[in-house]
Design a protein. Structure first.
Length: 318
């Protein structure tokens, strides 16, 4: 009997230890997840502040150039936005002259005042066609396209359609392709009538025969638009927080949406662990942005991490 009691006590002890271990692991995972989430939120706020500083920097440089009578503009890769290394800026000018030195100094001074850190400026001559070099025929085509755009936009507005895109092609076949948002329920019935109205109005006013095609945006296109802020945050935060991340792509042509993170990682157990960390990070970014954007519908997606040889690396599931 005594032996049975010892066995029974042992079983109870094992159950208690097992229960404690499961609960401990679960609680520990929650703490880690919450800590990661808080860290990402903080990083995203810092990113927005940095982007505002960059925008302010651009505006101040443009205004200072205008005041000093300089002609030029600046650019730098987005990947260097959060780099600890000096930012590699490019100063685009029409002609390389003595003023380039003064322009470079203006850029550095304004970068310092906006706390952007050290910057290195490369001057690049940008050949720009002068207005007088553009032929009269090209000027007339530009003007015609502008007038056609205005006529078409006015018709769509009068009929209650919000156009999200318009493409006007003059060659080889004059064509206008229009994409609209939030179409009326009877759009399919009105489609031909709208196309005919735009065609006839343009022909009446400008005596040009353009083929007109009007379509509404597909569900896939609307979904892609909703995902743009999320994808932007993924690109920014992974570049900022993982030095092994080298690129980012996505595809809405696959089901589900595929998000691919390119890295300089090699094959191996250590790289698989790193890939899992990146994957978890991206999942959290998506959850945070969905909550921020109040996106109730959760479209399925898949995250793939590629190694430096462009092969799939993250075999570890979510």
């Amino acid at each position: 009997m005594k032996r049975k009691g010892i066995i029974g006590a042992g079983v109870i002890l094992i159950v208690i230890i097992f229960t404690f271990t499961v609960n401990y692991n679960t609680n520990n995972e929650k703490v880690i997840a919450e800590s990661l989430r808080d860290s990402i939120k903080k990083s995203m706020k810092e990113t927005e502040k940095q982007k505002e500083a960059i925008q302010k920097f651009h505006m101040q440089v443009h205004e200072r150039f205008r005041e000093e009578g300089y002609e030029g503009n600046i650019s730098f890769p987005r990947v260097s936005l959060f780099s600890s290394k000096p930012k590699q800026l490019t100063l685009h000018v029409k002609n390389k002259s003595d003023s380039s030195k003064e322009m470079k100094q203006i850029i550095k001074d304004i970068a310092k005042s906006n706390k952007l850190g050290k910057v290195e400026v490369t001057v690049k001559v940008q050949r720009i066609k002068e207005e007088e070099e553009i032929s009269e025929e090209d000027k007339e085509k530009r003007q015609l396209s502008h007038e056609i755009f205005e006529i078409t936009s006015e018709i769509l507005q009068e009929k209650g359609y919000n156009q999200s895109g318009m493409s006007i092609m003059t060659t080889p076949n004059p064509t206008i392709e229009i994409t609209i948002d939030e179409p009326k329920k009877n759009f399919s019935q009105n489609k031909k009538a709208i196309e005919k109205l735009i065609h006839n109005t343009i022909y009446s006013k400008k005596k040009v025969d353009y083929k007109v095609k009007v379509d509404k945006r597909t569900e896939a296109q609307l979904t892609e638009q909703k995902w743009y802020p999320i994808l932007g945050s993924i690109r920014e935060e992974t570049n900022k927080n993982f030095d092994k991340v080298t690129g980012f792509t996505h595809s809405f042509n696959t089901t589900p949406l595929q998000i691919t993170i390119k890295t300089s990682l090699s094959k191996g157990w250590t790289s698989n662990i790193k890939a899992k960390q990146i994957k978890m990070y991206v999942h959290e970014i998506i959850d945070i942005k969905r909550e921020e954007l109040s996106l109730l519908k959760e479209e399925p997606y898949k995250i793939v991490i590629h190694d430096k040889g462009n092969d799939k690396l993250n075999w570890i599931s979510k």
